[in-house]
Design a binder for this molecule. Sequence first.
Ligand SMILES: [Zn+2]
Length: 247
Amino acid sequence: MTSTDLQTALTKYAEAWDTTLTEKLTGIAANCPHCGVFASFDQLTAAGIAAGTILAALQPGGVARQLIQLQCPSCRRLSIVASAYGPPQGGKRSLSLQLLWPPTIRPDRAPETLCVGPRRDYDEARQVLSLSPTAAALLTRRCLQHVLRTKLKVAPSSLFKEIGEAIGRSELSSHTRTALDHVRQIGNFAAHPTVDQAVLVTDVSAEEACYTLEVLERLFDDLYRIPDQIQQMNSRLKPGPGTPVNP
Ligand SMILES: [Zn+2]
């Protein structure tokens, strides 16, 4: 099944934009950020905006141009896009398109049995990811620490040491263990070994915060989803009393 989020489709569209073409956006194929249906988006309206507004700051050195409304042909809801010209390179202008509304939120991959508090951390991390990667990373680490303590029963310590204990554990796949070690490197935990990194504020890039969330979701798979699936299959295959076995 094809799946492209609207911002990715807009970025590709802008990259392929030819300066001789009109800026009117047509035929942008993407999943609707509201209803998720894969559809072709066309420009509904465009309003000019003055250069130097806050929107210009979306693209450093860029010049804000227009606010564009796209409408989903399926649910009819609107998405708002800011268009801006990037600084000319080699005498050519480049176009950039930034989805302003609705905010892009990562799909929910939390297991149903995750406790209320850590689930709230995970949900908030997904919501603030595009606005504050550092806040998202902090919330993700707090949830990750809860998962390590409750599911792997690691000895409560600093997150640096707790991850150290977890990466030696056979309940985790080898990819998850390697990825967990990356989380320590992302947070530069080694520089603060005695502080609990679950609450330590250090600058984290959007890519790093996203990776930290992905690692947490790997733990959800290894420690909740896969064991639950196997447990269910076990009880389904276990012969009940009176069930003939290999008659
Ligand atoms: Zn829609």
